[in-house]
Design a protein around this ligand. Structure first.
Ligand code: BYC
Length: 315
């Protein structure tokens, strides 16, 4: 609906669209807060995909076989693709990708806390696929029903690719678990390091989440942070049992009354510290992203010059 109608009518049209579970599209009127929320979430999500290439990219040159190298290359390229769909979705809201990148490398926009942890062994590649992509799927499948059309549609393809990523990670870990005692130890050690940061991916507890209530009302988010975290724990425990690893949480136990697994307290001080830029790899991740951006300047200039030349020739 165009912005020629009085604001009250536009607002009630927006609310009816949300109520009926229909989509908000780029040219529809939407409250300023809704647009801001969408830009914030989509930009952060895009940045996470792009920064998320670094921890796994670290192992491409050291993959233990040609097969593993080809799989890992394909996965990391998929993440780049996800970043691009998401920047395009953000641009439908009138923002500019170059500006978003500038905000990322100057620390004014966030990316997921999980990518500030190091990848110390090749088992980390498998554990990222299993747990990090697994958590991402848990969080993102409901986002396929998010109220903002371009975001929800981008999420459909992203989720399909993330499912492949999760399975490749699990298959890699299964292979390692069938290997030597040392390989099994590597897997367990990687699981120990990634379990708690994976639970932090879902965001702060609902009681401390400033954005959840409004995002749920606008159907941007379909479940709260705690609901999705619980779903992830419930899904992961049987997978860990099948794999033959344990999670580093003595409080993890089935609760028959709740029909869910109970789990211990997440260290929210660590989460806040990572968000403030003090995680083990924050500085390195941003420095690498900035360097890649600077080194790519000539490509952007060449592409722009080529486009201008083509336009001139057509004119
Ligand atoms: N890390 O009020 P809340 C991938 C921030 S990439 C950092 O609950 P909201 C992959 C939050 O932004 C997957 N920051 O916020 C790629 C907010 O700060 P601002 C990435 C976090 O938005 C490569 C503040 O804390 N997925 O799959 O309602 C390889 C308060 O939080 C985090 C997405 O981006 C965090 N973990 O809910 C492998 C999913 N958590 O903005 C895999 C899309 C919270 O007010 N995003 N914050 O300054 C979402 O679903 C939601 O934005 C969140 C947070 C659930 C993350």
């Amino acid at each position: 609906m165009t912005a020629t109608l009085p604001e009250t009518e536009l607002e009630s049209h927006f609310e009816r669209t949300i109520e009926r579970d229909q989509r908000i599209e780029p040219r529809d009127w939407a409250p300023e807060g809704y647009r801001k929320t969408m830009v914030r979430q989509i930009a952060q999500h895009a940045h996470s995909e792009i920064i998320g290439m670094q921890p796994e990219g670290n192992w491409i040159t050291r993959a233990p076989s040609l097969r593993r190298k080809a799989i890992l290359l394909a996965k990391v390229q998929d993440e780049a693709g996800h970043g691009l769909y998401l920047y395009s979705a953000a641009e439908t809201l009138g923002v500019d990708r170059a500006d978003l990148t500038e905000k990322l490398i100057s620390g004014r926009q966030k990316y997921s806390s999980i990518f500030n942890y190091p990848t110390l062994t090749f088992a980390d590649v498998g554990v990222i696929g299993w747990l990090v992509d697994g958590a991402a799927i848990c969080n993102q499948v409901p986002l396929c029903r998010s109220s903002y059309g371009p975001y929800a549609r981008a999420m459909v393809r992203i989720c399909k690719e993330e499912s492949f990523h999760q399975r490749q990670g699990y298959e890699l870990l299964m292979t390692m678990m069938r290997g030597t005692g040392q390989q099994r130890e590597m897997v367990q050690e990687a699981v120990d390091r990634w379990w708690w940061p994976s639970l932090m991916m879902f965001g702060p507890p609902d009681a401390d989440s400033p954005n959840t209530a409004q995002s749920m009302a606008w159907k941007v988010k379909r479940h709260t942070n705690d609901e999705l975290r619980q779903r992830f724990v419930d899904m992961s425990v049987p997978q860990a049992e099948a794999l033959g690893v344990t999670f580093p949480d003595p409080d993890l136990a089935w609760n028959a009354d709740r029909g869910h697994y109970d789990f211990g307290a997440v260290d929210w001080a660590e989460f806040k510290n990572v968000l403030q830029g003090n995680g083990p790899c924050n500085a390195q991740r941003i420095a690498r992203r900035r360097r890649a951006h600077d080194e790519g300047a000539w490509v952007r200039e060449a592409a722009a010059a080529h486009a201008a030349k083509n336009q001139e020739a057509t004119a």
